[in-house]
Design a protein around this ligand. Sequence first.
Ligand code: SF4
Ligand code: SF4
Length: 676
Amino acid sequence: MPEPGWKLAFYGLTFLSLAVMAWQFVGPARHWMKGKPIGWKPDYVAGVMRYILGQRKVQGSRPKDGAPLHLMIFYGFLSLFVATTLLAIATYGPLIGLPNFHRGLYYLVYETVFDVLGLFFVAGVVWAFVRRWRNDRLHGQPPLDAETGKPVFSRNPLTSEAKDYVTLLILFMLGVTGYVIEAARIANSPQEWDWASPVGLALSRLTPGLSDQAYVGLWWFHAAWAWAFFAFLPQMRLKHIVTATLTAAGSPEQKMGELLPIRMEEVERTGQIGVAQATDYSRWHLLSLDACMSCGRCTEVCPAYNVGKVLNPKQVVADVHRALVTGDGVAASVSEEALWACTTCNACVEACPVLIRHVDIIVDARRNLVAEGKLSGTPTVMLRQVAASGNAWGAPSSNREDWMKGLDVPLCRDGVEFDVLLWVGCAGATDPGAVRTTKAVATLLKKAGVKFACLGQEEACTGDPARRTGDEFLFQEQAGKNVHVFEKYGVTKVVTPCPHCFNTFKNEYHQFGGRLEVVHHTQFLNELVQQGRLEPATPEPGKVAYHDPCYLARVNGVSDAPRALVGDRTHFDTDEPAVVHALTREPDDPRRLAEPVQHAQKTLCCGAGGGRMWFDEEPGKRPSERRVRQLLDTGAKQIAVACPFCRIMLDASVKQATDEDVRLVDLAEMLLDSNR
Ligand code: SF4
Ligand code: SF4
């Protein structure tokens, strides 16, 4: 440390660089505070522990080498921060009566641990530089926008701007100059405990002894990089150190598959439904926009983007952020076509390392478009049908019992005693393919001796397609009606073959007083198989490929039970990100299902969610076509599904994709084949 006179200069400049950093966050913070007050009580400590210190979202990120290098840089940087803080406490603690603990065994451990961890930091930075540089050489710099002169977004998350290299240079210089100072100190005045700093010691062998002046100059040079780091932080992608930490600390309890309700009082107060201006979003959502580091992982996994639609979730985040800064309306900043293209599959939400909830952002904007009468065509027909008949397909409620003919299905209105309600869903009662699933489930429940009942004509659409299309109040009407029927019959447990109904009951009906235990039919049937009440299905290994529905596997973490149902014991830790790459299996692997390249939580959307089932799709731009290619690439001759929506979408695309006889069946039908 320099002489006392210089100390003042050092602290002054450090304070100045921190003030410059803080000042640059004031403007964004003012924008965040224009949002609606946050209506939830976050667990600040848990959010930071889980997502920042635990790096939970980074660990499953793509591409695969991105995660380890981020972990090296993050934990290396954190260790340097901790080391500096401990040193400051040890140095200044005695001024307030604390003992100087920077000695003895503690000192040796301190030196060794942080000396080695710092090396991880430098190695991670070098790795990041090489990766970025190689990528830019391979793919070039992103093109510049003709109007703004700024780089336009690219699908490639690595395409760089000059400031990305400046960031890496600052980090590199911070790490390396720290080591050089240590090496110079060892070269100048070696101590017997220098072995505890292996990196500094090794480097000292290469470093000539320095004059006192050169040493002090080096020290100031190191400090200058630290000041540059603070002062430029808000201008770099690295600003997410601050914004992502705040986002994680305030992250909502809200589940991935949950949309928050609009309350009528709110509409009466504001005279508006949904989001028209960016400031209509919550403060947390606005803050999260500033955490975006343009990594492109959301875009990379977006099924709509990947079939050539205009939707680009990274661009949506940037456009809404721009709308916040400029004060333009959201609809003027984000194209309506992009907003309608979303399937609400949540792949972007799952992939985003900084917890941005793109689906909330998109659906809130849709709500306003619907209220303003800007939705037209077939989806409006669906909304009218839900309102008129309680069936998204428009069938009258009297048809809800057609599938039961010859099955002697118990009905709640007949006063039967039941343990579980079989909730069929609109598709399950109407669509011919989905009806086969419904019949199979009912037959299996009877065979296993389960005391169940159905609502029949008293069942009505959960409202899921209405909510995700943006008609929030139609959804609320449906939810209110259904909760009332559940209360009337004392329903406490529901089994359903529809992952959309499953998600809505599980994650959203509590907003309207519906407290239910809800299980998907694959979970329920699997329990019966495990209890020995049903025989498992035994498909020939590798001949059946299973398609994980988004609202089952990604949104609700159910991916083991559907596999176990057919004797496949593959386990996906639902609390951890699933692997992205294809599973490799030995020829004698007893697992039975062929896995497409995207599976479990990383599954690829069929394109039906978010009301997209009712939108006209241009051939060649259907997510289901891409998904079918993945499924057929496994070499399987049969595709197993567990969702009526997926069944409808994939069925149409299978017929277009191949002339071969590829059968599409629900897992319940496969199980029924083994239990006849
Ligand atoms: S939810 Fe799915 S379709 Fe919508 S933006 Fe995200 S990844 Fe794309
Ligand atoms: S929204 Fe998230 S995933 Fe998408 S570019 Fe921004 S940080 Fe990356």
